[in-house]
Design a protein around this ligand. Structure first.
Ligand code: F6R
Length: 608
């Protein structure tokens, strides 16, 4: 959510700043801006409402400097506008700041600074930082001291980059709840909120911890705490190839990520299946069999698609391990003073590892003495670090705002956890073997479904034109329906409602008409007859039905059908979801939507 880039070195900063911002645009894309320090340290700022491409067009030809910062924004305080775009500056045009996160006491600080003579030109919380740092810079001189002093007065979360026209040989960055990573180049240094902006320039990176700052110069950096204590941070190498951050010839990141799923699943499974004992090895859990046996309940927490993946996970755990399991939105859980139990295992799910609501839920559980595992894609992210152990997805960078491959890999991670749990409890070796071979076959099954893309695209074009769509599924099919509806609405803006198929007749059947088609999950399982009865009820009300299942229902029950390969019943939901991703993608394309950057959204919601 919002992207930060910074450069200092011998080259023109603008080129990197604009390129880097383009790579981070998925994190926020309602306005963008850059600031560079030109000859003699003169501060130049260019910012605009709109996309990074609009910013690039607005940057004057003579906008040159070798030290610079940039930002792409997802509005929280104040509408998207030129004035609210970052960087923000002080009244002397000496200090410029870009910021991710929320300054919670911004109103109070704004009032104090205004009384002291500061004139505000935006509605943002970030501008407070520029004036605060400026006030301290005047007194203390050294930029890093001024930033430290200002941050001591701030309550909230931030990742920031600051330049000072009086000290053009440095950039000061700081992190508290919003990531900042330094990139080490040859006589040049970079900083960003995400390695995606850096990998074209360097693979050597340093992740700052919360509460840390760094002074970055062209020839190196120094990391230190808010109390000015120097800390040593060793550089690490980014694991992923540069190509992992590109569209690799696909029209959109989303389509690329949908097609990457067989490989992502293979990576999530890699080295974790034990055929001999028909179980899974999960080295990062940090819980032995005895400790796992003491667990009486599993509570899964995540937001949006992570929460729906958690619902699939809860069903897997209940079915395979016979331990009560439940998924809840982390964003709700954290506000309801939850009861934390010693014999409950809490599992936080997050692709980014940054989602603030999920992080806050983890912190609340830990504060009350609970034990939390993370199911996370981004290695070393805030949520991963906060948890007591966990499972990394290894799905690879997910750039498109809508989650697809991370969703699938999350469900795989839960299948592994459920298998491991199950084999510690009462899951028989034969059933364990059934799940192990089911998991191994999934990448092939996913490839088979992806092979039907053309047919699904045709169906998407047929159904995209409706004002709304109903998604229904029973038990295992219900989280699939929820995720399918979520995907459709977020990227195509077609209203989509998910209901348990069993609940249709208790109210929403009133909505059924030829104008509101239904996507029905009808796997060939013990509930097939019940699902077919529901289809009959929809057809009797002149509803149109697109069925997703293991065989085509009779023509009188469904207008169209997508047939997916049959896996083990516990794993089927994962496969039933794949055509819904393609359906949403092609509906969005047919409607001319901005697939990778849907309106009003951004990847990684690092605010409350
Ligand atoms: C939907 C989507 C969001 C995220 C949610 C949690 O396609 O991408 O609903 O799933 O914001 O994000 P993470 O998993 O990064 O915590």
């Amino acid at each position: 959510m919002c992207g930060i880039v910074a450069y200092i070195g011998p080259k023109d900063a603008t080129t990197f700043l604009l390129e880097g911002l383009q790579r981070l645009e998925y994190r926020g894309y309602d306005s963008a801006g850059i600031a560079v320090l030109g000859k003699g340290g003169a501060l130049k700022v260019c910012k605009t409402k709109g996309r990074v491409a609009d910013l690039a067009a607005a940057v004057p030809a003579r906008f040159k400097g070798t030290t610079g910062i940039g930002h792409t924004r997802w509005a929280t305080h104040g509408v998207p506008s030129d004035a609210n775009a970052h960087p923000h500056t002080d009244n002397a045009d000496r200090i410029a700041v870009v910021h991710n996160g929320i300054i919670e006491n911004a109103d109070e600080l704004r009032a104090r600074l205004t009384a002291e003579g500061a004139v505000f030109t935006s509605e943002t919380d970030t501008e407070v930082l520029a004036h605060l740092i400026s006030a301290h810079a005047a007194k203390d001189g050294e930029l890093e001291d001024a930033v430290r002093a200002a941050l001591k007065l701030v309550v909230g979360t931030y990742g920031i980059a600051v330049v000072d026209s009086a000290q053009p040989d440095r950039i000061v960055v700081a992190r508290n709840g919003s990531p900042i990573v330094l990139g080490i180049g040859e006589k040049e240094m970079f900083a960003a909120s995400d390695v995606a902006a850096l990998v074209r320039y360097t693979r050597q990176v340093v992740h700052l911890e919360d509460g840390e700052l760094a002074t970055v110069r062209a020839d190196g950096f120094r990391t230190f705490t808010e109390d000015a204590r120097t800390v040593t941070r060793q550089p690490s190498t980014v694991d992923w190839e540069v190509g992992s951050y590109d569209t690799a010839g696909y029209e959109h990141y989303l389509l690329k990520e949908i097609h990457e799923q067989p490989a992502a699943v293979e990576r999530t499974l890699s080295g974790r299946l034990d055929e001999r004992f028909a179980t899974a090895h999960l080295g990062g859990l940090n819980l032995d069999a005895r400790e796992l046996r003491e667990i009486r309940r599993v509570k899964i927490l995540g937001c949006g698609s992570a929460y729906y993946a958690g619902e699939m996970g809860a069903q897997l755990i209940e079915e395979l391990a016979r331990i009560p399991a439940h998924s809840e939105p982390a964003s709700e859980f954290r506000y309801r003073n939850p009861v934390i139990e010693a014999d409950t295992l809490y599992v936080a799910v997050s692709q980014s590892g940054e989602t603030y609501d999920t992080l806050a839920a983890v912190q609340e559980i830990k504060r009350k003495g609970g034990r939390v595992l993370g199911v996370v894609n981004t290695v070393g992210s805030a949520i991963a670090r906060e948890c007591d152990g966990g499972i990394y997805l290894h799905a690879g960078p997910e750039i498109s705002v809508a989650s697809t491959k991370a969703f699938t890999s999350t469900v795989i991670a839960f299948a592994l956890l459920a298998l491991h749990f199950g084999r510690i409890h009462d899951l028989s070796p034969a059933d364990g073997r059934r799940i192990v071979s089911g998991l191994k076959a999934l990448p092939g099954h996913i490839r088979e479904i992806l092979g039907q893309e053309e047919q699904i695209a045709e169906l998407a074009a047929k159904y995209a034109d409706n004002a709304g769509m109903m998604f229904i599924g029973r038990v295992r099919g219900y989280p699939v329906a929820r995720e399918g509806a979520q995907k459709l609405k977020e990227i195509s803006y077609v209203h989509a409602e998910a209901y348990p198929a069993s609940e249709l007749k208790h109210g929403p059947l009133a909505l059924i008409s030829p104008e509101l088609p239904t996507v029905a999950l009808v796997p060939d399982d013990e509930l097939l007859d019940k699902n077919l009865t529901t289809l009959g009820e929809i057809k009797a009300r002149s509803g149109r039905v697109l069925a997703i299942g293991h065989r085509a229902p009779e023509a009188k029950l469904a207008d169209h059908c997508i047939v997916v390969p049959k896996s083990e019943p516990e794993l089927d939901p994962l496969l039933l979801n794949i055509p819904l991703q393609l359906l949403a993608y092609h509906a969005a394309v047919a409607l001319g939507r901005d697939v990778d950057k849907p309106r009003n959204l951004a990847k990684s919601v690092t605010v409350e």
